[in-house]
Design a protein around this ligand. Structure first.
Ligand code: AYL
Length: 543
């Protein structure tokens, strides 16, 4: 699996034959897998559910009905929704129409919304009532389809006119309109990520990329575990968001090809999570580090059972050894694994695999099938063998098409040979297991969410009393990191730390808020004008 001549790490798994037909879309691929699953998506608070046949009918109905809203192939539809059983309906419906889905955190600010709508040239937005005003305030004439909240389904069923469009879209009999021809190379989704530097950018993912994650991550893992955890008996809890690639791969796509049931939580909340696990007999919980901590705390509660859990996985951010140990002490019988991926690799990367006598909790696991890696010394460019640390490069069918309207960023992220330069510092061990050691790139990870320092710097510098600024991450036990800003004030101004925090809070989604401010006299920069973030971080230690 490691070739010392080329410096390439190959997956230890046998490669999987991906569909060869160039005219294939991910929705047809997902629904081409037959299974006997009944309940597809269950709302955690009300218990309201969509069966697999409901899902199939609604997806194709929505897909064929969208042309009545002026949507044709390659138009961009924004999905501005929290986790809801309707998220996969809208996402897959949009894709089956040949249009492109762009996803976004529904708590985004008006400024962030406008940026994405304009950049992606969005034609139509699906959202819930609470966001309609925000979109209308932009005054850019984009059409909005209101999606009912599951907690208010009564209103939907009582034929309230506000949901006419949605009702009409999901209740056509599918098959009435002919389906467009979609090529695997066609763009299917635009998700946002900053990559290794700069502001957040649209990541263009093709139908082929999405087919890759369905097959190489989600189906592969579930089928590998099938003898221990039979796929049709699995009940997943969707507490991580579907607008992000991790939740989208699982709950918006891959698991829906397997017939498992997914309990959907609108937003992460520790008490509700625990209630939902016991109420629905949840067996599988894909998580991020803070969710793991919340589970460990919940287990201490004598009235909670949580005995149904069979597998918990963590990804999207570093996990401390202590968090893993505490978790395992509370849940000795739960299979725990880590996974690693990026938006730019469509979440295809590595996943842990435990067998009875072979367990490596601290590792993020083995390379997915059909996936290759290199570990590259960032000074010399040489490729390193197991046991050495360097930057991880990834190659395989999950690697994105590129960034939207940004050829320069694309070429610096994916080189001519197809290698994605991840910006993560890693090493492989002698068994081919990967360890994430550090980050070369700028992004801040707050509870697994990405925050681009450049986005916050742009917001801060627009303040009339701020001369210069640099943003970096500050270690936090619960969130992993929180954004911290070094601010140079204009002389003679009375700006307080609180003023700065409130100023940014008005411009960005709540999770992106700057939570710590340090006033300083100057920002260290390289000769080329690049902010020296490490130096700034280190300066804190020596203060
Ligand atoms: P993005 N440990 C440490 N850092 C991680 C891990 C991990 N397990 N997983 C992701 N990261 C960091 O685009 C790393 O810096 O996608 C990486 O470059 O929001 C960055 O997060 C990517 O952030 C999977 C597959 C989780 C995918 C994911 C989440 C992908 C997050 C589990 O099996």
């Amino acid at each position: 699996w490691f070739c010392s001549k080329t410096g390439i790490y190959n997956s230890k798994y046998k490669s999987i034959q991906l569909p060869q037909n160039p005219f294939l879309d991910v929705v047809s691929f997902i629904f081409s897998h037959k299974h006997n699953g009944v309940s597809a998506l269950i709302d955690s608070t009300s218990g309201f559910s969509l069966s697999y046949s409901n899902l199939h009918q609604m997806v194709y109905s929505l897909g064929s009905g969208l042309h009545e809203f002026g949507i044709s192939k390659k138009d961009v539809v924004l999905i501005l929704l929290p986790n809801t059983i309707f998220f996969p309906v809208v996402f897959l419906g949009v894709l089956s129409s040949g249009a492109i889905a762009s996803t976004m955190n529904p708590l985004s600010s008006v400024i962030e919304l406008k940026k994405q709508i304009v950049e992606c040239n969005v034609n139509l937005v699906f959202t819930e009532s609470d966001n309609v005003d925000k979109i209308e305030s932009l005054n850019i004439g984009v059409r909005v389809i209101k999606v009912p909240q599951v907690s208010n389904l009564g209103e939907f069923k009582s034929e309230s006119p506000q949901f006419d469009s949605f009702r009409k879209l999901v209740s056509n009999s599918p098959g009435s309109a002919s389906r467009p021809v979609i090529n695997q190379q066609d763009t299917a989704a635009i998700l946002y990520s900053s990559g290794t530097s700069g502001v957040s950018k649209g990541v263009l993912l093709s139908h082929g990329n999405l087919i890759a994650v369905v097959e190489l991550f989600v189906r592969f893992e579930a089928l590998q575990y099938d003898t221990r955890f039979p796929v049709l008996e699995n009940v997943y809890l969707a507490s991580i968001p579907m607008f992000h690639i991790y939740g989208l791969s699982l709950f918006g796509m891959g698991l829906l090809s397997l017939g498992t049931s997914i309990v959907v939580m609108r937003k992460f909340n520790a008490d509700e999570m625990v209630r939902a696990i016991d109420r629905y007999g949840v067996t599988h919980l894909p998580a991020v580090p803070p969710i793991l901590m919340a589970l460990t705390r919940a287990k201490a509660h004598p009235r909670r059972n949580l005995g149904s859990l069979k597998q918990v996985s963590s990804g999207a951010a570093p996990l401390s050894r202590k968090t893993i140990e505490d978790f395992l002490q509370s849940f000795p019988h739960v299979d725990f694994i880590q996974g690693y991926g990026m938006t730019e690799s469509t979440a295809v990367g590595t996943r842990g695999l435990n067998t009875e006598n072979f367990i490596k909790y601290n590792s993020v696991g083995l390379l997915a099938p059909n996936t290759q890696a290199k570990v590259v010394n960032w000074n010399s460019g040489s490729c390193l063998p197991p046991g050495n640390s360097g930057e991880l490069w990834l190659r395989g069918p999950g690697i994105m098409k590129g960034y939207l309207n940004d050829a320069d960023a694309t070429t610096s992220a994916v080189d001519n040979d197809g290698w994605l330069h991840t910006g993560d510092i890693v090493s492989f061990d002698q068994d081919g297991y990967l360890y994430i050691l550090d980050r070369l790139k700028e992004i801040i990870k707050y509870k697994g969410f990405q925050i681009a320092p450049a986005d916050l710097e742009a917001a801060l510098i627009s303040h009339p009393e701020i001369l210069d600024v640099a943003v970096t991450g500050y270690a936090d036990a619960e969130a992993g990191e929180v954004p911290m800003a070094f601010v140079v004030k204009k002389p003679g101004t009375s700006l307080s730390q609180e003023d700065v925090i409130n100023f940014v809070a008005g411009m960005v989604a709540p999770y992106k808020k700057v939570r710590k401010i340090v006033f300083t006299h100057s920002i260290p920069k390289s000769a080329a004008g690049k902010i020296l973030r490490r130096q700034l971080k280190n300066s804190l230690v020596s203060r």
